[in-house]
Design a protein around this ligand. Structure first.
Ligand code: ZN
Length: 239
C-alpha cells in the first residue's frame, strides 16, 4: 500500500511487526501518514492487535455510536499517548534521555489503566494479567502497560530501534541474533533503501571517474560508462 488517503479506510490492515504492542501503536503514525483518524480506527487497531475480544469490539462499537463525544475524547487521549510513546522510545533509540513531559503523559494514562488491571486465573492452572470492566478507553489500557513493561525492562529497552530509512519514523525491537536489523520491514523500507544506496554509489562512482581524462584512474575508468542498471544485490529494486 503506497498511497495513503487522508481518511484511513475501515478495512485498513495495520502492520503489527514492531515486536511490541506499544511500538506497533506508535507506528500508526509515520511521516506524513496517520492511521488514527477516528475512534473506529483505534478500535480496528486494538481488534487487529488482539488487545480486545470480538465481544468487546462489538460492545465498544455500539457504545461509541451512542456516545460519540466520549469516544472522540478517548481518541484525543490515545493520540497524546502515542506521541508520548513515540517520544520516549524515539529518544531511547537515538541514545537520548526521554523527556519528563512524555513520561508524565504515559504515567497519567498508566494510573488510569492500572485501576482496571487484574490477575486472572488461566484454564491451565496458571495466572495472567487481565482487565476488569468495560469502558470506551479500555483500548488504551494494554497499550500503556506494554509501554511501561518495555520501558522497565533493561534488556528489551536496549533493543528499540528507529527505521534507518530517512522518510520513515517507525520503531521496532531488534531481536536479531547479531542486532543488525535496520529496517521496519525488508519488503518496504529495506529494499527501497538498498536500491537507493546502490544508485547513490553508482552515481558517486560516475561523478568521480569522468572529468579530466588525465586524472582518470588507469584501467578502471571505463566502467563509468556502464549504465546504472541494477546488478548484484539490487534485486532489491522490486518495490
Ligand atoms: Zn521503515
Amino acid at each position: 500500500m503506497t498511497h495513503q488517503p487522508v481518511q484511513t479506510p475501515s478495512d485498513y490492515v495495520f502492520e503489527l511487526d514492531a515486536g511490541c504492542t506499544c511500538l506497533d501503536f506508535a507506528n500508526t503514525l509515520t511521516f506524513g501518514r496517520d492511521h488514527l483518524n477516528s475512534y473506529a480506527d483505534l478500535l480496528a487497531f486494538a481488534d487487529q492487535a488482539h488487545l480486545i475480544t470480538p465481544e468487546d469490539a462489538a460492545w465498544l462499537r455500539a457504545r461509541a455510536e451512542r456516545d460519540q463525544h466520549s469516544a472522540d475524547g478517548v481518541l484525543v487521549r490515545a493520540r497524546w499517548l502515542r506521541q508520548a510513546i513515540r517520544g520516549i522510545f524515539g529518544n531511547l533509540a537515538a541514545g537520548e534521555t526521554p523527556r519528563e513531559l512524555d513520561l508524565d503523559v504515559l504515567n497519567r494514562d498508566l494510573a488510569e489503566s492500572l485501576a482496571h488491571a487484574r490477575v486472572l486465573a488461566g484454564s491451565g492452572g496458571g495466572y495472567a494479567w487481565g482487565w476488569s470492566g468495560r469502558d470506551l478507553d479500555m483500548l488504551i489500557w494494554p497499550i500503556t502497560r506494554s509501554a511501561a513493561d518495555l520501558l522497565t525492562s533493561d534488556e528489551q529497552r536496549q533493543l528499540v530501534r528507529e527505521c534507518g530509512a530517512p522518510d520513515c519514523l517507525w520503531l521496532f525491537l531488534d531481536t536479531t541474533k547479531n542486532r543488525s536489523r535496520q529496517w521496519c520491514s525488508m519488503q518496504s523500507c529495506g529494499n527501497r533503501e538498498k536500491a537507493r544506496r546502490h544508485y547513490q554509489r553508482m552515481r558517486e562512482r560516475r561523478d568521480i571517474s569522468p572529468g579530466a581524462a588525465a586524472d582518470a584512474p588507469r584501467g578502471r575508468g571505463r566502467a563509468r560508462r556502464t549504465p546504472a542498471a541494477p546488478v548484484g544485490d539490487a534485486s532489491a529494486t522490486a518495490v
